[in-house]
Every structure is written in structure tokens, then in C-alpha cells.
Design a protein. Structure first.
Length: 346
């Protein structure tokens, strides 16, 4: 991975610390015009390098590509900062996250652990239809997390259901493979077909969400079903009723404008990349892929997410709108941990 081009942006967070907690913030002033005395003084903020700190509980702010790579390898969180404005913006984000978002969970201190019951309660609005997008990298644990939240919501008298954007894949897994490997197409066409963003019918997904928002009962058949080998045998049935209903929208492409306009607020589910890679390998081996095939699938999806689904401009728009909660799921435990309200891009 290379350092993003920050020529037209003041900062970008690449990763949160592996421990999903920031005890120390280190500002590397090399390459910046200001020195330490020009920045805010805070007991948790150091100026220099990672020597003497616990990397997997540390955020490094730097403009130096060499520092980025070594810090990520140590498990530190990293934000690339392009200028002094970027440094101050990231410090505000890490030290006063509630000032950067209007989401209710940020009433609690950063890195608080929330039970599934607390998260479910925060996302349910009696008498209203609340459409919440759960976005995150492939393998972040979105499906499992949403299932637990829906079960908890029902146990506590609320109402909600799952809306999987992958159900709106245009082709079955078998047909898509044949479509991608068609020997009769040009290399230009083949490259275009490999763009994962073209595999969904996002317009149809958005129109369906709009119907649900109006309170309409939606029943659909012949959808993509990953649990059935990627065949077009899936169903969707959501009846929001009048007592209040939370629609948990799951997918990696939720920030794309064609779909995001139909979603009220967003939860980004963060999982450290090392953990995510292990879980993806387990899933793909279970589905019959070889280890090499699994690695290639991750390379393909990571590139698509980095360049299109969760590209910088889409993440920046969501951050600036304030309608974003970031929860960490790295440890797959009984709680979800509140992270700074900015989507990282490893």
C-alpha cells in the first residue's frame, strides 16, 4: 500500500490502532512547517516518533511515507497529514469527537464499549422508519453484527429487519464468473466488467428502500443469495408497520450517491485488517475456494473498495455530514467500541 496523495486534502486516516484504543497521539513534525510549540499541548499528545510508546494503542500523525509503512506494520493507527491544518483537524477529531458529529452514541466518551442492547436502542425510533446503513470492508463482520442487533432489538420490544445490498447483484455467482471470463470480449471490456461497482443494480436497491421508507410492505423473490451458493433464489420481505421499524442496510457500496441518498444515517464497522484477512480466508475455504483464490478475491475487493465504494471523496462527504458512527468489531466480543467518527481507509 502506498501513502495516499494528500495534495488536495488536509488529512486522511488510514487505520485505527490494532487495540481499538488510542492512549497516545504522536505527531511527527518532519515535513511540516510548524514545530511542536505551535500545536495544542495535551497530556496524551507527544511530538516526535513512536519510540517509547505502545504502538497498537497509538495514533501517528505524519506526512512521511516511510513512517506510515513502519507504523502500520507495528499495529499503530496512522493519519496522513498534509499540512498544519490537517494536524489540528485530526487532533480535534481524536480529542473532541462529539464536536464532529451529531450521532447520539458520541454523548459517551471515545472508545466506550457499547452493548448490543445499547446500540440497538439508539438506532430504534418508536413510530418512525429509520434506515441505517452498516458499511465496512468485506469481512468486517457486518452480517453477524446486524443479526445480533436485530435479535436484541426484538427481545427488547423493538422492530427491525435486514436489507442486504448484495441481494441486488445482477447475476448469480456462476453467471458472473462466465461473464467475467467470456473469451469473446476485449480487454477494455474485461477491465470494465471487473469493476465490482457494476455488479449491483444499485438503482433498484435504492428504489426499494424508498418504498420501505414510505411504509410500504415490500416482498421480492429471485434475489442473489450468498448462503445458497450465490444463486438467484433469495427473498426480501420487510413490512415496517406503524410502531417503528429499523432497516439495517448491509453492504460495502452504501456511500455511493446512487444508494446513499436513500439511507438516513451510517454506521461504519471497523475491523483491523489482519483479523479481517483471517476471517475472509476461513469463509472462502468453507465456500470451496483455494487459498490462492481467496487471496486474489481479497485483492480484488480491497482495490474496488479503496478506489470506488469507500473512496476518499465518499468518506469525506459522510464525515462532513455528521451522520456517521464508527464502531470497532475487531475482537468479536459482546460489545462494540466507539471510534472517532471518520472512516479509515487501510
Amino acid at each position: 500500500m502506498s501513502t495516499p496523495n494528500t495534495s488536495n486534502q488536509s488529512f486522511d486516516i488510514l487505520s485505527y490502532p490494532r487495540a481499538a484504543r488510542t492512549e497516545t497521539i504522536v505527531v511527527d513534525t518532519n515535513g511540516l512547517t510548524n514545530d511542536a510549540s505551535d500545536y495544542p499541548q495535551h497530556p496524551n499528545v507527544l511530538y516526535g516518533n513512536l519510540n517509547g510508546v505502545v504502538p497498537d494503542q497509538t495514533m501517528l500523525l505524519t506526512s512521511q511515507e516511510g513512517s506510515v509503512q513502519s507504523a502500520l506494520a507495528l499495529g499503530a493507527g496512522v493519519s496522513v497529514v498534509n499540512d498544519n491544518k490537517g494536524v489540528n483537524k485530526v487532533l480535534d477529531l481524536l480529542l473532541e469527537p462529539a464536536s464532529q458529529t451529531d450521532q447520539p452514541l458520541y454523548d459517551r466518551p471515545l472508545y466506550s464499549d457499547f452493548s448490543y442492547a445499547e446500540v440497538a436502542e439508539a438506532l430504534f425510533k418508536p413510530g418512525e422508519i429509520n434506515i441505517v446503513g452498516f458499511v465496512g470492508r468485506t469481512g468486517a463482520g457486518k452480517s453477524t453484527t446486524i443479526t445480533r442487533l436485530i435479535d436484541t432489538l426484538h427481545e427488547n420490544g423493538g422492530y427491525g429487519g435486514l436489507f442486504q445490498v448484495d441481494a441486488f447483484f445482477i447475476r448469480s455467482r456462476k453467471d458472473r464468473k462466465a461473464w467475467l471470463t467470456d473469451p469473446g470480449i476485449s480487454e477494455t471490456e474485461r477491465t470494465e466488467r471487473k469493476r465490482v461497482i457494476t455488479w449491483w443494480d444499485l438503482g433498484r436497491a435504492a428504489a426499494t428502500l424508498d418504498e420501505i421508507r414510505k411504509g410500504e410492505h415490500v416482498h421480492m423473490e429471485g434475489l442473489y443469495d450468498m448462503q445458497q451458493g450465490g444463486e438467484m433464489v433469495g427473498t426480501l420481505d420487510i413490512d415496517p408497520g406503524a410502531k417503528g421499524y429499523t432497516v439495517f442496510v448491509e453492504g460495502t457500496a452504501l456511500l455511493v450517491p446512487e444508494l446513499s441518498r436513500s439511507i438516513g444515517s451510517f454506521v461504519y464497522l471497523n475491523t483491523h485488517d489482519h483479523v479481517r484477512a483471517q476471517l475472509l480466508m476461513q469463509r472462502n475455504l468453507r465456500d470451496g475456494y483455494t487459498p490462492d483464490d481467496s487471496h486474489q478475491r481479497k485483492v480484488l475487493t480491497d482495490a474496488a473498495e479503496t478506489n470506488e465504494h469507500i473512496a476518499y471523496n465518499l468518506r469525506e462527504q459522510r464525515f462532513k455530514s455528521g451522520a456517521l458512527t464508527v464502531l470497532d468489531n475487531t475482537h468479536r466480543g459482546r460489545t462494540l467500541r466507539l471510534m472517532p467518527p471518520y472512516i479509515p481507509q487501510k
